[in-house]
Design a protein around this ligand. Sequence first.
Ligand code: ZN
Length: 335
Amino acid sequence: MVAYRDLGFVNTREMFKKAGAGGYAIPAYNFNNMEQIQAIVIACVETQSPAILQVSSGARKYANQTLLKYLAQGAVAMMRDLAREKGLSEVPMSLHLDHGDTFELCKSCIESGFSSVMIDGSHHSFADNIALTKQVVEYAHTYDVTVEGELGVLAGIEDEVQAEHSTYTQPEEVIEFVKKTGVDSLAISIGTSHGANKFKLEQCTRNKDGVLVPPELRFDILEEIEKKIPGFPIVLHGASSVSVEAVKIITQYGGVLKDAIGIPEDQLRRAARSAVCKINIDSDGRLWMTALIRKIFAEKPSEFDPRKYLGPARDALITMYKHKNQNVLGSAGKV
Ligand SMILES: [Zn+2]
């Protein structure tokens, strides 16, 4: 058993309390390699933002769960070095399991030093979701690890999580769910979606420049939920904005991303001002890395040093994370 505190992580309780009171959201950035974790640390130290380092079960398989744990541990050490060098404050960091689907997976992460886990029982019946979430909460709270549950189903594909149709969270279910499970935060479905194709064409309109405009998030449902569980931390998954700029670079250099569309940043800003305390961003990072790598491969076909294309991809990630912290989530300067 490795205690997360010994690794330098914090759970999400205090982070969410401050975010809720301060009208901003904590960024949860997924990582599965070195460049991504470097970018998260650099961007969050330089903008002085708390950070949630997020690992999916797919990432654990890809990078090796042991190596991933040490990468996260290394991120804390790097954060401390960087803060000292720059004369800045250290930033609180959580290590979080994204979309845990079984009790055993959550338990294994808690035992290896995660400070927060998500148990996603949203594909089960309401009763089974409660039972599974409660089981994880009881175990996690023994070690003061915080737990995120989910009610409602997001459409889209992300690693091993996929669903054809979304089901909005039913506001009348949230009180019972939160009370019976004891969860610390709740992921809800109000129109966000996993992946780079968040909406079908027929759901969207076009603006005067011909750019696709997605349907607005269901802020009415969010408000209903806030009324039922005032002050309770809400989480948004599938909240990448699918930058038009990144998609343009990818397409310009031979990529094919048909009708890629995300959640407009002004809507995320609005959500971050409300009870939404954590916003998950994964696809935007994937897109920016791909954009830079494609550009360099096209412009410098003789380049074969991975540092020469992964380095610029990392720089693009840093810029994007900083922008999110400063202008979208509002978490910059909140340490
Ligand atoms: Zn998700």
